[in-house]
Design a protein around this ligand. Structure first.
Ligand SMILES: C[S@@+](CC[C@H](N)C(=O)[O-])C[C@H]1O[C@@H](n2cnc3c(N)ncnc32)[C@H](O)[C@@H]1O
Length: 247
């Protein structure tokens, strides 16, 4: 039995595959259009959200950073650009998303500073206390076992290290929430269909965002996974939230 409702939300309810394989397959399918659609659907605000998330790490000046569910590497590149750490490692379960990310890193000549590896958040292939900071942007709601993913991120953090999670949330203002849900649930999947024929993928993203245990609920789950000094910051009237915690 899944521990949280959103753990059971899958891209294709008719598929017999476990969530992780379905999610990896879905991102493999949309990888080529992921960056374009992200920017288009969020009218570019996603970049500002990632910057705000990265800036939560400024004070601690981390040297070794792990970016979980790194996808096409935008967060990993931004971490490098804004914080100039010694090294950034990104992991993801979608090979096609990683391939696009690696191309961007190669184009910028940053192969020695940023490395993207195939890897699962629920079984991170690094020993404990390996990183000064861990980030995950728009990734946690795709995990098959949320708490296991958080425990793993806690394990690989050094004592005193910080986790920064960026994730969609539901706006608190009622009228705005209605408009936002209509946009995400109806308009966005239709726009996506024009470009990628993969309406289902964006319907899944909307469903999983709605079922996600957000706000104080998510901070509680972080506590249970071992994090302390947790706090959250809502962005853009609550469409997005940054969650932070320390080891
Ligand atoms: C919405 S994308 C976010 C990509 C990137 N972080 C960004 O900010 O654009 C979610 C990513 O999470 C990855 N993902 C989902 N479950 C994962 C897991 N268990 N371990 C690692 N990556 C995972 C997917 O393959 C996908 O690339």
């Amino acid at each position: 039995m899944p521990k949280f409702a959103h753990d059971a939300i899958v891209p294709d309810e008719n598929s017999l595959q476990q969530k992780k394989h379905q999610v990896a397959g879905m991102f493999d399918q949309i990888a080529g259009r992921y960056d374009f659609l992200n920017g288009f659907l969020s009218i570019g605000i996603d970049k500002a959200w990632r910057k705000k998330a990265v800036d939560q790490l400024r004070a601690s000046a981390p040297r070794e950073i792990l970016d979980v569910a790194t996808g096409t590497g935008d967060m990993a590149l931004l971490l490098w650009k804004r914080l100039r750490p010694q090294h950034v490692t990104g992991i993801d379960i979608s090979e096609k998303m990683l391939a696009i990310g690696r191309e961007k890193i190669r184009d910028k000549g940053l192969e020695t500073s940023i490395e993207l590896l195939s890897g699962d958040s629920e079984r991170i292939k690094f020993s404990e206390n390996s990183f000064d900071a861990v980030t995950v942007a728009f990734g946690v709601r795709n995990f098959e076992h949320l708490e296991q993913g958080l425990r793993e991120m806690h394990r690989v953090l050094r004592p005193g290290g910080k986790l920064v999670v960026l994730e969609f949330s539901q706006p608190s203002l009622k009228i705005f929430r209605g408009l936002y849900r209509f946009y995400m649930g109806v308009v966005a999947p239709l726009i996506v269909q024009l470009f990628s024929k993969n309406k289902k993928a964006y319907q899944y993203l909307d469903k999983s965002a709605r079922a996600f245990p957000e706000g104080a609920g998510f901070l509680n789950i972080m506590h249970e996974a071992g994090f302390t000094q947790t706090y959250l910051k809502t962005l853009s009237l609550g469409i997005c939230t940054i969650y932070c915690g320390s080891k």
